[in-house]
Design a protein around this ligand. Sequence first.
Ligand SMILES: NC(=O)c1ccc[n+]([C@@H]2O[C@H](COP(=O)([O-])OP(=O)(O)OC[C@H]3O[C@@H](n4cnc5c(N)ncnc54)[C@H](O)[C@@H]3O)[C@@H](O)[C@H]2O)c1
Length: 397
Amino acid sequence: MAKHNLESENNLRRTKTKKTNRKNEGIPNELLSVTKKQREQRKEAFKSAILDYNLKQAPKTILITGCSGFIGSHLADALLAQGHRVLAIDNLSTGRLDNIRHLQENPDFNFACANMTYEVVLDRMASQADVIIHLAAAVGVKLIVERPVHTIETNVMGTEAVLQVGRRYGCRILIASTSEVYGKGNGIPYREDDDVVLGATSKSRWAYAASKMVDEFLGLAYQQEYNVPVVLLRLFNTVGPRQTGRYGMVIPRLVAQALTGEAITVYGDGMQSRCFCDVSDVVRAITGLVEHPEAPGRVYNIGGTEEIKILDLAKRIKALMDSPSEIVHIPYADAYPGGFEDMQRRVPDTNRIHELLGWQPKLSLDQILLRVRDDFKTQFAGEPKATQASVPTAKAS
Ligand SMILES: NC(=O)c1ccc[n+]([C@@H]2O[C@H](COP(=O)([O-])OP(=O)(O)OC[C@H]3O[C@@H](n4cnc5c(N)ncnc54)[C@H](O)[C@@H]3O)[C@@H](O)[C@H]2O)c1
């Protein structure tokens, strides 16, 4: 009986609503008990709220510095696929045109081959951008140790230039930092608010970490003093297609050696360990932070959590590539330029980004290694053997 009454009541309500809607020609019910003027005002407000919402959902214009590099080129692919417009700036110092050649016909992609501190170009691009993702940096241990002035100036002045234009045009700014800023800290896993312990300033190798740390300070200061929304990306070892072994990143170097049959070289005793993350996972984290309203004003660790000793990595690569290469150890003193100190472990705590975006890496280490192998087979097919595997120094990142 009670059920019947309820149904009849609902039917009655539905009929009344239908009548009301027909009579008022689709004007929402909440606008009916007001004067005509008020109704017009509310309708306008309603329209602009919809417009606002649509604008937030609308494709953004995103400026990427360092876009022809390894991570930048993947990021451009992902953002374009999501419907955004990408403006790119790169001086091709360590990046390659080949990484972005497939985008040259895309009307939503614009590339400027220029130094990011060239203000005319940077200013013009930033004036059109909603978001700036700043990846351009001096990277690679050889470069860092041999050219510390260039390293410090590129990383600090480049970031300052980006923050200034971003502030001028009201952009959200994401800045690539690095796990190197944890320095010699041994509180594993590293949390974003941990203390950091860097080496002596007489060792130029620490200039990279220190310059990235200044970038972080500067970014947070712009947010605090000027209310510029800044997100800091503390990237751990990132790996994947298009990464070149030329600057000594360990996975491309070992995979190239395994594929070419050269000796697989492990520095020191190989007991040092790292966590690797596929570039597709890193890009997913960055694109999430581009959008999330609560992302700014914080540092985020972004990295894989599967820790592996470098000697075990060499063995895994040898087995996976079915390689006849032998594994040989090279003393640190021969492998690295003077002034280099290695870290034993580097493991990220990724709870912060997980809590914000639900992010966690999807690809396993074996999947990453196979992707790198497949990329090497195509990417370096025509290159001389020496360029592929003979890399004198390791990249700090
Ligand atoms: N790959 C990693 O494992 C890793 C780890 C930690 C942090 N990072 C950071 O991520 C960012 C991207 O690194 P990546 O691995 O793609 O390196 P990458 O060398 O492939 O990319 C850097 C790009 O910046 C460009 N560049 C350098 N100086 C420039 C300048 N003055 N003006 C314009 N362009 C300039 C280079 O040509 C290159 O294309 C860097 O900031 C790096 O410090 C990378």
